[in-house]
Design a protein around this ligand. Structure first.
Ligand SMILES: [Zn+2]
Length: 166
């Protein structure tokens, strides 16, 4: 029996950093058109091989991703703030934390899990138009707004944090 037996069913919650898109007052996965449910967990699906497999599956890249360090999300945040990104999916960029549980694979840079739910989003400068949408988002998901870590605040200045469509 290996001492590093992954995946494992978590005994306690793991919390990692994530980037979402906020659209229609809901959180969406950053790179897929997948809305995160309100008041119930996001459930990962494995679509590999055309079978109904439990996600995350060891032989593919499925699962709900979260990063161990906020800095690892910088390229994603930068990509999300490109003007053209709004042409693909739309929505403002939201950075925050999510709790992960169920089957979880641990990787060097973070985790991919079977189940997840947002726990907080970071407060960043947003336009007067976006601020009430953030409030509705917090209320819908019953999550809190946390002060942005300084590194994130520097990365997402007033012009970039709002995203192209907000
Ligand atoms: Zn899969």
């Amino acid at each position: 029996m290996s001492s590093a037996a992954f995946p494992y069913d978590t005994l306690g919650p793991i919390e990692g950093y994530r980037v979402w898109r906020m659209d229609d007052d809901r959180l969406f996965s950053f790179s897929r058109d997948a809305p995160w449910p309100v008041q119930r967990p996001m459930v990962a699906r494995c679509l590999g091989d055309g079978e109904d497999r439990r996600a995350p599956h060891p032989s593919c890249r499925c699962g709900i991703y979260a990063a161990r360090d906020l800095g690892l999300l910088c390229p994603t945040i930068a990509m999300g703030t490109l003007r053209d990104w709004g042409m693909v999916f739309g929505g403002a960029i939201v950075v925050g934390t999510a709790r992960l549980w169920g089957r979880v694979y641990e990787h060097e840079r973070g985790w991919r899990s079977e189940l997840a739910y947002p726990t907080a989003i970071f407060s960043l400068p947003v336009s007067a138009q976006t601020a009430p949408r953030i409030e509705r988002l917090l209320e819908a998901y019953a999550i809190v707004l946390r002060p942005a870590p300084p590194a994130l605040a520097r990365l997402c200045g007033p012009t970039s944090a709002d995203g192209p469509l907000s």
